[in-house]
Design a protein around this ligand. Structure first.
Ligand code: ZN
Length: 441
């Protein structure tokens, strides 16, 4: 572990492999791989460095945080704490530990011993100026609470939904639930395909339901991709997990955004992604972002929505998280805040740059590859007390806040992409899209 208060050129010159950026409350560190020789060399050069683990073979590593904040405690003898600061720690686990962390009430990020990007993949290209656009006003006017609530009822199992032509009740979306999460992925697949989008599944581990991604191809510069995402899986394990706020709220937002945006034409490519394996350490999004980077996909912006519907105390704060070293992520955060202002939405946006909390959602998978991404989430200080419990139900949500949040996310996404086609487009007609499309298999 290397103190990161030094320039990256120095780190690279030292010949170490950087596996993770660790953002603390007072300082930041790089998790690196180095031989004993290199380590000694770094120390000789006066760099602040600490050896965490000598033998990495057969081990898995996680960054973990306590939520709700109540001190860190670890499950049994499975976890070995290598470093800790405040509410976070780096731990070494035996392979079964992946399951134990979320069950112990910890948020976790899998730390792979693979080099990450230290710089943006592409030069910054976004601008934060937002001017209200009547076409986008028409889009956000279509965000309707009844529809969001209906999707929420289907996703949380309050009501059966038609999947593959048969009614099915999604009782849980836990990553290891098997059939229920598989059915949830089929539900979102069929919904997105029913909109006429190109939909694909991205399997990332044998036996675990895949990520689902839908594409609205760009008409003039399709290589430039903007991604709207949310994780589909949830907590707790067991037969019943509604996961309304975490994260049926984000999933419903992505589905509604796809309903609306699929009626328009864009020059750039818009993608809608629903991840699995988030609760076990961002596994699904990490696998996809790694694949995207290998394909050299030009992802120009990722808006990740995770827990966007709980708000008990006014004002209606929205936290927007970015990373300073990814200039475009900071610009995206300001676009989001400016959208709230320009469209007169009833929200109070707060931009957070380099706050450690944001390392625990799928946006991190994109940061690790040098792609600009932001996390939009409810206020940390007014956070769902039902988080990761069976009581995370629709009844606990603030529906007015939720609806405004989805409007802001939709408009922020369209302003970030900034490629809505002006001419030659039929005025949009509203289509009621129910997931009745049966997939051929
Ligand atoms: Zn979540």
């Amino acid at each position: 572990m290397l103190h990161s208060g030094l320039d990256l050129a120095q780190v690279e010159a030292a010949g170490v492999l950087v596996y993770a950026r660790l953002t603390g409350e007072g300082s930041s560190w790089l998790l690196v791989g180095a031989s004993a020789e290199t380590l000694a060399d770094l120390q000789r050069r006066g760099l602040q460095v600490e050896a965490l683990d000598a033998e990495t073979q057969g081990a898995s590593y996680f960054l973990v945080a306590a939520r709700p904040p109540g001190g860190l405690s670890f499950p049994g003898e499975q976890a070995q704490v290598l470093a800790s600061e405040g509410l976070q720690a780096v731990v070494r686990l035996d392979p079964a530990g992946e399951l134990a962390l979320p069950q112990a009430g910890l948020e976790s990020v899998a730390l792979k011993l693979e080099p990450i990007a230290l710089r943006p993949r592409e030069p910054a290209n976004l601008t934060s100026t937002v001017e209200a656009d009547p076409r986008i006003v028409a889009m956000i006017d279509q965000v309707d609470l009844a529809r969001l609530y209906q999707y929420g009822k289907w996703l949380t199992g309050e009501e059966a939904v038609v999947i593959g032509g048969e009614p099915y009740t999604i009782t849980t979306r836990h990553t290891y639930s098997g059939v229920p999460l598989q059915k949830a992925t089929e539900y979102v697949y069929e919904h997105l395909a029913g909109l006429g989008l190109e939909v694909e599944v991205h399997p990332w581990r044998e036996g675990i339901p895949p990520n689902v991604l839908a594409t609205l191809p760009g008409l003039t510069h399709p290589d430039e991709i903007y991604l709207l995402s949310a994780h589909l899986d949830n907590m707790p394990p067991g037969p019943r997990a509604p996961g309304a706020d975490d994260n049926a709220s984000g999933v419903a937002a992505v589905l509604v955004a796809a309903d609306i945006l699929s009626q328009y034409e864009f020059g750039c490519t818009l993608r809608f992604a629903l991840w699995t394996g988030e609760e076990q350490g961002l596994l699904g999004s990490d696998a996809w972002a790694a694949w995207a980077a290998r394909q050299d996909l030009q992802i120009r912006g990722v808006l990740n929505l995770d827990m966007i519907a709980y708000d008990a105390e006014p004002p209606p704060i929205v936290d927007i998280h970015a990373r300073s070293w990814l200039t475009d992520s900071v610009t995206m955060a300001h676009i989001f805040a400016n959208v709230v202002e320009e469209y007169g939405l009833d929200l109070v946006p707060q931009v957070w740059v380099d706050d450690w909390l944001a390392d625990y959602s799928d946006n991190r998978s994109f940061w690790n590859r040098g792609y600009p991404a932001i996390l939009a989430i409810e206020d940390y200080d007014d956070f769902s007390p039902y988080y990761h419990t069976r009581d995370d139900t629709l009844a606990t949500l603030n529906l007015g806040y939720f609806t405004e949040f989805v409007r802001a996310a939709l408009a922020a996404f369209v302003h970030t992409a900034d490629c809505l086609i002006e001419e030659g487009v039929e005025p949009p007609t509203w289509r009621i899209v129910l997931p009745l499309v049966v997939r051929d298999r």
